[in-house]
Design a protein around this ligand. Structure first.
Ligand code: HEC
Length: 259
């Protein structure tokens, strides 16, 4: 019996277990809320609830076949212009909304079909100004490099701190094969780096979207397992066999026994 058994999760002094438990519970709740937030922001990117590969593609790579103007003209605004006028507007949007076409062709169509609402109704884009229409004719290229850079380092710094704490606590779990335990402790970090790397790959190549989901899924599963295993060992696991072994370790004051 060596002193290492003293530091096993089921044997930690009560105050330390309370500290670890508070930390793990807060992080567990945080993970759940983070999951809900992903569903609400990215999950709806393709217009359908639930997170899919398409959502990830639209979020990072963008929906490049479509501009907001085109989507609206094929969607809720369809009834407000003739098919011919809609086709003209869509072609203009796909060409990048050149200003040279505004006065000769686009402005008359918009004046006739759109500005009745899109000029003076509060909350609606004002299409008497060409910039407002051009802004909706921009190709959606997903996250900008600036926002992705910011998100990447915040994610790497912030989340690795959480995994550090979870891994440190789980390092004191008893009964796991050391190699398996080490792999499990390393997994969230590896998945996290993979996940962030996959954001950038997806921004360039939509085919990598599944890697984003794989990374996020991987670190969620690995950290959830460590959180539950640690909580179980601290509060529910009974370790009578070591008590019965009667080594001097168990006689230490302040060491919680299983009885
Ligand atoms: C009868 C009023 C009305 C007319 C006419 C109308 N719209 Fe709209 N438009 C709305 C309303 C209300 C919304 C917001 C709700 C929605 O998106 O369905 C909207 C939203 C939009 C949006 C998406 C929101 C945004 O800001 O990106 C676009 C693009 C758009 N309209 C373009 C047009 C174009 C182009 C025309 C002319 C062919 C047009 N609309 C005619 C009422 C109108």
């Amino acid at each position: 019996m060596n002193t290492a058994t003293l530091f096993e999760l089921p044997r930690l002094p009560l105050p330390v277990r309370v500290l670890f438990t508070g930390y793990l519970l807060a992080i567990g709740v945080g993970l759940l809320i983070a999951g809900a937030q992903i569903m609400l922001t990215h999950g709806m990117a393709d217009g359908k609830p639930g997170l899919s590969v398409d959502d990830v593609v639209y979020s990072y790579y963008g929906n490049r076949t479509n501009t907001r103007l085109e989507s609206a003209l094929n969607g809720s605004m369809q009834g407000y212009a003739s098919d011919k006028d809609r086709a003209t507007l869509i072609t203009w949007a796909r060409q990048g909304a050149p200003i040279s076409d505004w006065e000769p062709t686009i402005q008359p169509i918009v004046e006739q079909n759109c500005v009745a609402c899109h000029s003076n109704v509060p909350g609606l884009a004002n299409f008497t100004q060409v910039e407002n229409l051009q802004a909706r004719a921009e190709v959606d290229t997903g996250q900008t490099v600036a926002s992705l850079t910011r998100k990447s380092h915040i994610h790497l710094f912030g989340i690795s701190m959480l995994f550090f704490g979870v891994g440190l606590i789980f390092a004191f779990a008893r009964g796991f094969d050391p190699v398996f335990k080490s792999l499990l402790i390393a997994a969230p970090f590896a998945f996290l780096i993979l996940d962030v790397l996959a954001w950038w790959l997806t921004k360039m190549q939509p085919g990598f979207a599944w890697l984003v989901m794989f990374g996020g899924f991987g670190y969620s599963v690995a950290s959830t397992f460590m959180i539950f295993a640690s909580l179980y060992q601290m509060w529910l696991m009974r370790v009578p066999e070591l008590v019965a072994a009667g080594s001097s370790v168990n006689a230490q004051p302040g060491t919680p026994t299983a009885s």
